[in-house]
Design a protein around this ligand. Structure first.
Ligand code: NAI
Ligand code: SOE
Length: 383
């Protein structure tokens, strides 16, 4: 089997993780990387052992040797890169958010449709085995009709006034921060698990730190607090959100997101309450699924290939007690995306977990509705 050749655009925090996950697939060669300058691309190519560095993403897209493009830059560039990549005949794996707003994402869905190329978004949490176990239990009727869905995605890496990242600048990150950056993962994940779309939202958004110190040089994600030197700037995007929602199937729920909650590193939790049983998954203990009962003791299912639902086995690669976590979930969704490329499919097949551009558009609709709801102080339908 020939190896598919991947080109990475953006070699920061997540770009390096794409490289590692792709190499673990075995049938993919990471052939090149583009950065914000040739010098940065060369530095990334050297540290990540990638044979070719490009001076710009346009140069990478022009290279016929590249089959699949991975968009791993700040959000503001996603639309232009994803569009140009499809137009250049490349398959695309885009980081979330798919673009800055639903107008852009709708247009990308159109381009993806006529291209017939793979058009996937990296909502990587879908690839955890025990998330798939929860999904299988909901689909199999094991918890009863879904009534309530709740949870949170909390972080602390932007807790201090001198924490900085491009996400704090709306020109680079978008008009929403905490919701678009991490709330998007939570909402995508629960919709995937329960098999229902969120149709209405009512949001409270708060900017807890209205002023921050912006250093002169760019700061890579999760780099820790800076030295406080720089320009003090006003912050317009939310540090915190509480969002109530209703789904197409009549379920109701609420979730909270925060990037200023001390002690919470990357803490995604969801719970689904069905008509007779509940399930809860916590990314800090990813190999476990809590199952709550009314008339019998609660259970804690642990990931074990021999104990999960048959369709979930493909997401496990190690025996019980051998933990599989964030990098493994990423590899799982990439494996499905590359299988789709080999199978000539532009999106997920019936048994696949990965997210399509249509899912990325749905996510942008939700973020736009959340912003509108907060502005109006009212419930808003997803258009
Ligand atoms: P980062 O700041 O660590 O890295 C971004 C990289 O893009 C930097 O190396 C920067 O030099 C490069 N870049 C900037 N302009 C460029 C250009 N014109 N051409 C090529 N490269 C350019 O940011 P991070 O955390 O890696 O985030 C990147 C994207 O990935 C964001 O959209 C973010 O939402 C998403 N992300 C997703 C994660 C997930 O779990 N699915 C995790 C982390 C980030
Ligand atoms: C920063 O909040 C970040 O890297 C997000 O951008 C990712 O999507 C999330 O998975 C981890 O946190």
């Amino acid at each position: 089997m020939h190896k598919l050749r991947a080109g990475i655009i953006g070699g920061g925090f997540i770009g390096a993780q794409h490289v590692e996950a792709l190499r673990r697939l075995g049938d993919v060669e990471v052939a090149g990387i583009a950065g914000s300058s040739l010098a940065r691309a060369q530095a990334n190519a050297e540290s990540l052992h990638i044979p070719r560095a490009y001076a710009s993403y346009a140069e990478l897209l022009a290279d016929p040797a590249i089959d699949v493009v991975h968009t791993c830059t700040p959000n503001v560039l996603h639309y232009a890169i994803n569009r140009a990549a499809l137009e250049a005949g490349k398959h695309v794996v885009s980081e979330k958010p798919l673009a800055m707003n639903a107008t852009e994402t709708a247009s990308l869905v159109d381009v993806a449709q006529w291209s017939g190329l793979l058009a996937a978004v990296n909502f990587n949490h879908r690839g955890y085995p025990m998330v798939q176990q929860a999904r299988a239990m909901v689909a199999g009727g094991q918890i009863g009709a879904v009534r309530l869905v709740h949870g949170a995605y909390l972080q602390d890496w932007l807790l201090y006034q001198n924490d900085w990242n491009w996400r704090l600048d709306p020109a680079e990150g978008g008009s929403s921060r905490a919701v678009a950056d991490i709330g998007s993962h939570w909402a995508d994940l629960v919709q995937h698990v329960i098999g229902q779309r969120i149709m209405r939202v009512c949001a409270d958004l708060q900017t807890v730190l209205p002023r921050r110190v912006r250093p002169a040089a760019p700061v890579q994600t999760f780099s820790g607090a800076q030295d406080g030197q720089g320009e003090e700037v006003a912050i317009t995007t939310e540090d915190y959100a509480a969002i109530m929602f209703a789904t197409e199937g009549g379920a109701h729920g609420v979730f909270r997101v925060s990037q200023v909650s001390a002690g919470h590193k990357n803490d995604l939790v969801f719970e689904v309450n069905g008509a007779h049983t509940s399930v809860r998954w916590d990314a800090d203990c990813p190999d476990e699924l809590w199952v709550g009962h009314r008339n019998q003791p609660n259970q804690r299912l642990t990931k074990d290939p021999s104990l999960v639902a048959p369709g979930v086995r493909a997401y496990t690669h190690l025996p019980g007690g051998h933990h599989e976590a964030w990098p493994d979930a990423l590899k799982n969704v990439f494996a499905e995306m590359y299988a789709a490329v080999r199978g000539g499919r532009g999106g997920p097949g019936p048994g696949d977990a990965f997210a399509s551009f249509a899912d990325g558009h749905r996510s942008a609709l939700l973020v736009d509705a959340v912003l509108e709801s907060s502005r109006l102080g009212a419930w808003v339908d997803l258009s």
